[in-house]
Design a protein around this ligand. Structure first.
Ligand code: MG
Length: 450
């Protein structure tokens, strides 16, 4: 299959652009500490429970991946240098990155810190050619931020994102193979290309959903496309089934929404006295999630993005969000994501303000309501109804687990021990541990091999 990298589609043929920075956190660490250049470097927690959040390509050559336990990563590569994360630096680079994309078009939408979608349609009249614009953007990112990136162009977000992945360097048999940098797949070939890929390539399909599909004998996107949505619904839940079938056929009507954050439903509270107990914070986050979920249901909307913000006593603040491939309006779902976001934040001290919000809102689609109406209407259908409901709940749980996995991959997992540290009221401990955003160190600095 040929990837039409050299051809020059029109904006109508390739309206959506997706940029993804290469090994973002690790790249920033190397820029801030040039002695790390060319070495296997990972950002993460070096301690027993630490997780890798980002790995340089030198580390990836050894098979080190995001979300891998650090202990395992060090076993695979004993020279691996694990550094704690510096989110203030990543946020600064991310702002500069977004402003470079903003120079191409104001119609852009960030997804996390290191990915941005842009809609090029408003540039059609200016005779902008997407492939040329993408190469120019990639060059500017390299020249001004000194970070490599992959850019994909496509008819929709799905193809743009799959193409940016294809544009990046790849590791094969321990060797690093440079990527083409910019990829656009000809519309005549894109469905064939899509169907050859494993289901894992689809957005929102993580380990839990992959396993569920593989148990049904579905490994490739092509196999998925052969199923009916109705068949799939009882295995992965109605919302996920709809998304999966649409994606398997290359359909994706999600718009690029600029200034997404302004359209949200949220609940935040400044506490009368600041909270330093992690359990108390989780309890508050659960309550706020319930408020947000009720407001979502009342307005007949589902949210694709959940954010959590905290402000500390020293008035510094942090905000994290996770975007899901499926919409949620349920208290448990909102609170699962909010709790995982809270875990990912390094608690530098007592929390003065906490907020949970839902954005990327959409009207609740029929497919998400169908479960209730599709059930067989026989008189003794109670057992069937409850079996159906329990399968659907399990499926939702699986999709949520995938989202939490993704979140940990992006932000790393915070220390399990932090609750106890804070319960002891010892802010010294909490502050010290603040150096290690991805988990406790093993007790000394031996793990960080210079
Ligand atoms: Mg990236």
């Amino acid at each position: 299959m040929s990837l039409s990298r050299t051809e020059d589609p029109s904006v109508e043929q390739a309206p959506i652009l997706h940029v993804d920075l290469d090994a973002f956190f690790a790249s920033v660490e190397v820029l801030d500490n040039p002695s790390l250049k060319g070495k296997p470097v990972a950002v993460g927690g070096a301690g027993e429970r630490g997780v890798i959040a980002s790995a340089s390509y030198e580390a990836r050559r050894f098979g080190i991946r995001s979300a891998m336990p650090s202990v395992m990563a060090l076993r695979i590569c004993k020279d691996l240098i694990i550094v704690p994360g510096h989110f203030d630096r990543y946020e600064e680079y991310s702002r500069r990155f977004q402003s470079l994309v903003g120079d191409v078009t104001p119609q852009y939408e960030p997804l996390g810190l290191d990915e941005v979608f842009a809609d090029l349609r408003s540039l059609a009249r200016l005779n902008v050619r997407p492939v040329a614009a993408a190469h120019e953007l990639r060059t500017r990112i390299k020249d001004e931020l000194h970070i490599d990136s992959g850019i994909g162009l496509g008819a929709n977000k799905l193809f743009a994102k799959l193409s940016s992945k294809r544009a990046k360097p790849q590791v094969r048999d321990g060797k690093l193979i440079a990527g083409p940098g910019v990829v656009w797949v000809d519309p005549g070939e894109q469905l064939t290309w899509l169907r050859q890929q494993g289901v894992r390539a689809l957005w929102g399909v993580g380990p839990a959903t992959t396993e569920r599909l593989e148990r049904l004998g579905i490994f490739s996107v092509g196999e998925l496309a052969a199923l009916s949505e109705g068949t799939l619904r009882s295995h992965v839940g109605p919302s996920m089934a709809h998304t999966l079938i649409e994606m398997a056929h290359g359909r994706d009507d999600r718009a690029v929404v600029a200034n997404r954050a302004t359209k949200s439903i949220g609940h935040e509270v400044t506490f009368a006295s600041s909270i330093s107990n992690l359990d108390d914070l989780h309890a508050q986050a659960r309550q706020f999630s319930a408020v947000v979920a009720r407001a979502l249901r009342a307005s007949d909307q589902v949210a694709h993005t959940i954010s959590l913000g905290v402000r500390f006593d020293d008035l510094t603040s942090t905000r994290r969000s996770e975007t899901l491939s499926f919409g949620i309006d349920d208290e448990t779902a909102v609170s699962t994501i909010a709790s995982a976001l809270l875990e990912s934040i390094e608690l530098r001290g007592a929390v003065r303000l906490l907020g949970v919000s839902a954005s990327s809102l959409r009207a609740r689609s029929n497919s998400e309501l169908q479960l209730a109406f599709d059930l067989p209407l026989s008189r003794d259908d109670d057992a069937q109804r409850s079996a159906e409901r329990s399968r659907s709940q399990q499926a939702t749980r699986g999709a949520l687990n995938d989202a939490v996995d993704d979140l940990r991959r992006r932000f790393g997992r915070s220390s399990i021990g932090v609750g106890t540290d804070l319960l002891d009221g010892s802010l010294d401990v909490a502050t010290q541990r603040g150096r290690h955003a991805f988990g406790p160190e093993a007790g000394d600095s031996d793990n960080q091999r210079p």
